[in-house]
Design a protein around this ligand. Structure first.
Ligand code: AMP
Length: 287
């Protein structure tokens, strides 16, 4: 395995799969890498803590950094190349004046609490798509809004690449894996379980329709006052608008909450209406 800190020489032929990360790698990242490894000629992992996507009061300075362990995980997963640039390689002229704008879909849910976050995400994703020369890019369903916006950027701006989504990887007790879970105390971690439990309760009611899903999920969160809920929404997977009561088809139940000092997000794709139930990922039609 090679490690690079500057732009990568284009590979000769075959699919070049890229998994973008901010480091502090865990089994969720490893699953993305393994999925890419099964399908691609060459697998590149990027490790870059992108300052552009963090707000002034967010956790950039305390974000976990575990570079040596990250390299070891990449080596174990058969990664060909790790691209771990410093900010001055990605942004040689300082903060870029020209950025990708996420548009209205970037202003809701995570974007409402984190203004400018998705412009920062899309700008670095666009740059890393160019710098790596990848042909297929693997992202986690865990960050559903990010995944949707990346798909939109690729389509709206005609990036000649494929975007592949990978289902959320969870701990045995249901907690969605996240680098930020290391911030949680033991007590916080117990509280944090209410997110995945709320989503599971909602998904179990999918066949009964939107109000039943919302009611079931809300009941779990209300029973855990130590989780400060930012939002709990049941939305259409491509418009992120609340689905109306009569709706049946694919939907996303998404939650964000603060537990202790840590902001956590999670989501569950599902099929609403008769015969409905939880989905792993969407079939892409948004129907
Ligand atoms: P991050 O390092 O948190 O920016 O995540 C890098 C990539 O890994 C993104 O595509 C995430 O959606 C994905 N990812 C993070 N956690 C998980 C998880 N628990 N399951 C699946 N994918 C994940």
């Amino acid at each position: 395995m090679k490690a690079a800190r500057a732009a990568i020489e284009p590979a000769a032929g075959g699919e070049v799969a890229v998994v973008m990360t901010m480091g502090a790698l865990h089994e969720g990242h490893a699953t993305l890498i393994r999925t890419a490894r099964e399908r691609a000629e060459q697998v590149i992992v990027t490790i870059f803590l992108n300052p552009l996507q963090f707000g002034p009061k967010e956790d950039l300075s305390r974000y976990p950094r575990t570079f040596d362990a990250d390299l070891a995980l990449c080596r174990r997963q058969g990664v060909d190349l790790v691209f771990a640039p410093t900010p001055d390689v990605v942004y040689p002229d300082g903060d870029p004046g020209v950025r990708v704008s996420a548009g209205p879909l970037g202003d809701v849910l995570e974007g409402a609490s984190r203004p400018g976050h998705f412009d920062g995400v899309l700008t670095v994703v666009a740059k890393l798509m160019h710098l790596t020369g990848g042909t297929a890019f693997y992202f986690g369903q865990k960050d559903a809004q990010q995944l949707l916006l990346i798909r939109r950027m690729v389509r709206d701006l005609d990036f000649p690449v494929r975007v592949v989504s990978v289902p959320t990887v969870r701990e045995d007790d249901g907690l969605a894996m996240s680098s930020r879970n290391t911030y949680l105390s033991e007590a916080d971690r117990e509280v944090a379980l209410c997110l995945s439990r709320a989503l599971a309760a909602g998904a179990a009611a999918a066949a009964e329709g939107p109000s039943a899903v919302r009611r079931a999920a809300r009941a779990v969160l209300v029973a855990e006052p130590l989780a400060l809920v930012d939002y709990l929404v049941l939305v259409h997977p491509t418009t992120l608008k609340d689905v109306p009561e009569w709706y049946s088809g694919e939907a996303l139940l998404a939650v964000a909450a603060k537990v202790g000092t840590t902001r956590l997000i999670d989501n569950r794709p599902m099929l609403l209406g008769p015969g409905g139930g939880p989905l792993e990922v969407f079939d892409g039609t948004g129907a």
